[in-house]
Design a protein around this ligand. Sequence first.
Ligand code: MFK
Ligand code: FAD
Length: 496
Amino acid sequence: MAFLQQPPQLEHPYRGDRLLLALLDRALPAARRELLDVDLDALGDYAVMAWQRARAGTPRKPVLTAWDAWGRRVDRIELTAAWQEGPRLTTRHAILAAGHEAHEHARLEEFARVYLYHVASEFYTCPLAMTDGAATALKASGNTELIGRALPRFLSRDPGAFWLSGQWMTETPGGSDVGNTETVARRGADGQWRLYGRKWFSSAVVGEAALALARPEGAGPGAQALALFYVETMDGDARRPELTIDRLKDKLGTHELPTAEIHLDGLPAWPVGELAHGVRQVAPMLNTTRAWNAVCAVASMARAIALARDYAARRSAFGRPLLEQPLHAHTLAGMQAEFEGAFALAFEVAHLLGRVEHGAAQPHEAALLRLLTPLAKLWTGKLAVAICSEALECFGGAGYIEDTGLPQLLRDAQVYPIWEGTTNVLSLDSLRALTGDGLGALRAAADGWLAGGDAAAAQAVRAALDAAARRLDADGVRRPALEAGARGLAVTLARC
Ligand code: MFK
Ligand code: FAD
């Protein structure tokens, strides 16, 4: 019998994750820690089952049926099994509800769940992130009518009542620069606002609601004149006729996620707040989904490294397992070290978010959160691509073969740096946060983190912060130079 290679096995992502276990043991009061165990254990079980199920079957993509046999417009989307299981898992394990409980650990407990669920969910976490972001933005708006209508759905623990929300921002003339938005909001004689236009990327097209940017009719150009609207997409069991799905995007990765181009032709809409400054109003949503992006990028890294590490014990070359080849072991150790830094940064954001939202934060921590959110998103996004690429190489040729399930990791990771603000856009956003009180907040936090720790590391971090301060001072009047260096500065601070 010819040699047969043993494939990689996935260790239980919760019970086997030393980093996550240590974080939760350290950060949570014992009673809360214990309560969390059941959900995390179950989500880890689900991840193992989903990995095995995907190896046994053929990969699938969602399918759009625009018309029925008799010519009726139906825009029906057939989803993968993991997507069909999404509402049940989300509500049973309170993935979104946990993040909105009234205590300072709520976000950490939510993001621990997200971290374990993400890869197995087949990017069902994308609309979950947007739903969480919509709940957060509606709360920040203080619009009691919309809060009362939507939040019991978005945060429901009942799969029958649960709704997903989309985030309709990007249009053909611009995704980074949403000031180019062409969608118009018109108010009819009946007082009802309605949206007319085209949204170019809609990732939760199966969702029941969305927050959308649109320009009220007669308002001026630019981003400041945009308003933020809440919409619902369904009329009972049928999609509203004022919303049509033009097509599903044919994407590099995230194949199971139905991302659509849509047309709005009079879809009823409700203003979230004042009829201008929609970007300011949607910012809490952006910051929430960016935190999700960071945690999900870290989850992809964890999966890639776990499989590469397992394989290194099963695959031999030159007379011993790869794990015993010093250079291969060193390669894995380097990946692990980068991953641990990214994990710490992403979960620091999760922890801070809960503290700030529940009034438990120290004075500098709100500014710190504002700065660390874009830094965490941009750095973990880039690192996920690099680590997934390196992990594929750890499998040699097998890493390039579709039905090992490995290429999907790399294809999917490439989305993290693009959506929710590209690396450059977030570098500029972090510049905005730094030139506020971000740098001072980072200094205050670094003093706390580094107290009593490794002196050389402390010196390196302080030197980087001093260099950042000099750069901001020296280049303050030369905006082009400051912007050109923004990515370098952001990456340095994120790695620090
Ligand atoms: C599985 C993983 C989970 C993740 C799921 C993700 C699903 C993916 C779905 C998407 O991709 S949705 C589309 C996401 N789109 C973006 O992220 C847009 C990227 N572009 C930017 O972020 C631009 O910087 C921005 C649109 C914000 C620029 O617009 P403007 O109008 O030129 O912004 P400006 O003037 O800088 O800011 C307007 C106001 O918003 C200012 O406040 P004031 O009006 O009070 O002065 C800003 O301070 C505020 N603002 C902007 N960004 C903010 C913010 N405030 C807080 N946090 C922020 N991040
Ligand atoms: P552009 O804005 O045209 O950017 C092109 C390049 O220019 C980028 O490299 C960018 O970094 C760079 N750039 C732009 N401005 C600057 C600047 N000032 N300085 C330096 N560099 C700059 N959007 C939604 O609204 N809802 C969704 O549900 C959604 N889902 C998505 C799902 C997927 C799978 C993908 C890939 C995208 C999705 N998007 C969604 C869209 C996404 O948010 C945008 O593609 C993204 O924000 C970038 O916008 P753009 O494509 O218009 O690129």
